[in-house]
Design a protein around this ligand. Structure first.
Ligand SMILES: Cc1ncc(COP(=O)(O)O)c(C=O)c1O
Length: 392
């Protein structure tokens, strides 16, 4: 009998032939500026732990206390037995932080996006989605069975022309990352808001990489652009700068009530454990009231970007802690990442499907816990990797 799974081997061979096969790298340490892999130390330039809060003593202590009081798991979905006072407290804290009337927690940002989009729109409705939106937005759009119109990356004119050609539709939703996960650049939020209002279109934003990094209080792009009252559906994650785990949506109370009743990834999913909730509560306080971490991060970002440009590398125009160096095809990008690793820096090659073909890159990410010395050593590694690429 032919093995019914035989096609998997063939598929894997195709992936390997294209230099797109992915393997795991095991860290034997936490998400610190320096990590340990196979007993060797490397500077970590690939973490979304932008403010270093994952390993912050106050954050860890809160998580430990909550673990002791509530146990390891939540035991149920929110609407059955998995709703605690900590869940409510964190939802209220997120709403205050993001300046929305209310907020709802999901177990991850991915689940927040797919659950929310598929609850908001359905067959016969229309979604306008930036071409570089995160996979969880794309999957949410697909799951909704609404018609999807992709607009060119951050291209307000293209979005406007698409909106103008569809006046008669039922429900319409514009959805965009604010900081794009692989490019680190910023959506033109004020212009998008204007278009959404003009065309009576719902607007949903994903603040995953903006939260903690942008705005004086670190609340994200809505604060940065001073448009906190103008975005009706604000999604974000607790897994990046907040340093913990989970996703959320903020907005008017009726939106939140609706999602509690209609978002399937909320209804049918076990809720977050107390340790994660408590960690997030402490981390949000640190983000809001200890701006010096963010200020240090931004000093490092500017230093790192200008250092990379001085080396001669093509740095994409980012405005966040995500700093992508464009290489091109998969093979040279893998070689570049290997050379970085040989020179003491860990950051993997980013290849399709995470980025379009021919746009492979090294996605450097910085953390507020990095030191100036870390950045100096990292830049030296980039210079050596670049030299070895030119000498090939
Ligand atoms: C823009 C964006 N949205 C959503 C997510 C998903 O969030 P989470 O990792 O919390 O599931 C990510 C994660 O990489 C992301 O980059």
């Amino acid at each position: 009998m032919k093995d019914p799974l035989h096609w998997i081997r063939e598929e894997l061979d195709i992936i390997r032939d294209k230099n797109l096969f992915r393997v795991l790298t095991e860290l034997q340490s936490g998400q610190s500026p320096e990590i340990v892999i196979e007993g060797k130390r490397y500077i970590l330039l690939a973490s979304n732990n932008y403010l270093g809060l994952t390993t912050d003593p106050k954050v860890k202590e809160s998580a430990q206390k909550a673990l002791e009081k509530y146990g390891a798991g939540s035991g149920g979905s929110r609407l059955v037995s998995g709703s605690s006072d900590l869940h409510r407290e964190l939802e209220e804290r997120i709403a205050a932080f993001k300046k929305t009337e209310a907020a709802i927690l999901f177990s991850s940002g991915y689940l927040a996006n797919i659950g929310t989009i598929s609850a908001l729109v359905g067959p016969g409705d229309l979604i306008y989605s930036d071409e570089l939106n995160h996979a969880s937005i794309i999957d949410g759009c697909r799951l909704s069975h609404a018609e999807i119109k992709i607009y060119k990356h951050c291209d307000v004119e293209h979005l406007s022309s698409l909106l103008s050609s569809d006046e008669s539709r039922n429900k319409k939703l514009i959805v965009t990352d604010t900081v794009f996960s692989m490019d680190g650049d910023l959506a033109p939020l004020p212009e998008i808001i204007e278009l959404a209002e003009e065309h009576e279109c719902m607007l949903m934003i994903d603040e995953a990489h903006a939260t903690g990094v942008l705005g004086k209080r670190g609340s994200g792009a809505t604060e940065y652009f001073n448009v906190e009252d103008s975005v009706p559906i604000v999604m974000g994650t607790l897994s990046k700068a907040v340093g913990s785990l989970g996703g959320y949506v903020g907005g008017r109370r009726e939106l939140i009530d609706f999602l509690r009743n209609r978002a399937r990834t909320y209804i049918f999913d076990t809720s977050l454990p107390a340790s994660s909730l408590a960690a997030s509560l402490t981390a949000i306080d640190i983000i809001e009231f200890e701006p010096e971490r963010r200020n240090h991060l931004w000093r490092l970002i500017e230093k790192f970007k200008s250092g990379l440009k001085n080396i001669g590398l093509e740095v994409l125009p980012s405005h966040s802690a995500v700093i992508p160096v464009l290489i091109g095809e998969a093979k040279p990008t893998l070689d570049f990442a290997r050379a970085l690793r040989e020179n003491g820096v860990f950051t993997p090659a980013v290849r399709p499907p995470s980025v379009p073909q021919g746009k492979c890159r090294i996605r450097g990410t910085l953390m507020a816990t990095h030191t100036e010395e870390n950045i100096k050593l990292a830049l030296r590694a980039f210079k050596l990797a670049y030299d070895s690429m030119l000498n090939l």
